[in-house]
Design a binder for this molecule. Structure first.
Ligand code: B12
Length: 218
């Protein structure tokens, strides 16, 4: 009989929405000294499959909500290990939020945790953030970078509107702030369509990009 490996185990149990087992597996893997990012990657892979099952009508929205809740609990367990493992002293202020019409925030929150653990200052505006609020906060805070999260296809319209309005600001120091977008389905085409400068589908890649961009501008 084939024994499933640790990755398959976590993914399968998350797919079965077996909350306690997933949380115990997470704790066990961390106690064994595993890289917390690997656990997040497995859970993220499981969420992709949850999304596919929802799309195919195999799961109801309630299952997607439950999976989201389990992921949030996994993150609660993983976060202290993540912060302990990664300590950086980057300087730079990043204004972040999920764009209007979209309430997905699990990925955004991971990106925020990783940014903070690398030493960045982050202002998180939360979810469903209207373009006007992004603009006002950008003018008030003058961050080094603006970061938008969005998982829905319709959220690309909000990204485009927000970015369009920011680029038209009279205050050039804000209008020229580098912009990065992220979320499971963004790509180079979406980036060009919404007028952003950079994109990432992986939070760690996003952090590396922020490091590089801010360093080059200082
Ligand atoms: C969980 C979930 C939910 C939860 C969200 C809970 C929460 N608090 O976030 C709930 C149940 C609320 C939900 C609701 C809906 N959802 Co939903 N949801 C998902 C699901 C299954 C997982 C998302 C997730 O958390 N993934 C795990 C995280 C870690 O991954 P991630 O978000 O991609 O983030 C990573 C990177 O992208 C990156 N990242 C994220 N943001 C940023 C930002 C920057 C700047 C950077 C650099 C990086 C970065 O970092 C993370 C780690 O690497 C996805 C399936 C999928 N394929 O994503 C569907 C999915 C996104 N949902 C979908 C849909 C349709 C909906 C609903 C419209 C359903 C409905 N009929 O009501 C609503 C929309 C509500 C709204 N207005 O936003 C569709 C979207 C389809 C589309 N093309 O638009 C998907 C793709 C499912 C599917 N395949 O059909 N959903």
């Amino acid at each position: 009989m084939n024994v499933p490996d640790k990755h398959t185990l976590l993914i399968d149990h998350l797919l079965e929405l077996a909350e306690d087992t997933v949380l115990n597996l997470t704790r066990d893997r961390l106690s064994a000294g595993e890289d917390p990012l690997e656990i997040i990657e497995d859970a993220q892979g499981a969420m992709r499959l949850v999304g596919e099952r929802y799309e195919q009508g195999e799961y109801f929205i309630s299952s997607m909500m439950m999976a989201g809740e389990i992921f949030r609990e996994v993150m609660e367990i993983v976060e202290p290990f993540l912060v302990k493992q990664m300590t950086g002293n980057e300087s730079g202020h990043i204004l972040l939020g999920t764009v209007q019409g979209d309430i997905h925030d699990i990925g955004k929150n991971i990106f925020e945790t990783l940014l903070r653990s690398h030493g960045f200052t982050v202002t998180d505006l939360g979810v469903d953030v209207p373009p006007a609020q992004f603009m006002e906060e950008a003018l008030r805070l003058k961050p080094d970078m603006l970061a938008f999260s969005g998982l829905l296809t319709v959220s690309y319209d909000s990204m485009k509107e927000t970015i369009g309005r920011i680029k038209k600001l009279e205050d050039q120091s804000v209008a020229r702030t580098p912009l990065i977008i992220g979320g499971g389905m963004v790509n180079a085409m979406v980036c060009a369509h919404v007028g952003a400068d950079y994109w990432a589908t992986d939070a760690m890649v996003g952090v590396q990009l922020c490091k590089q961009i801010i360093k080059e501008r200082k």
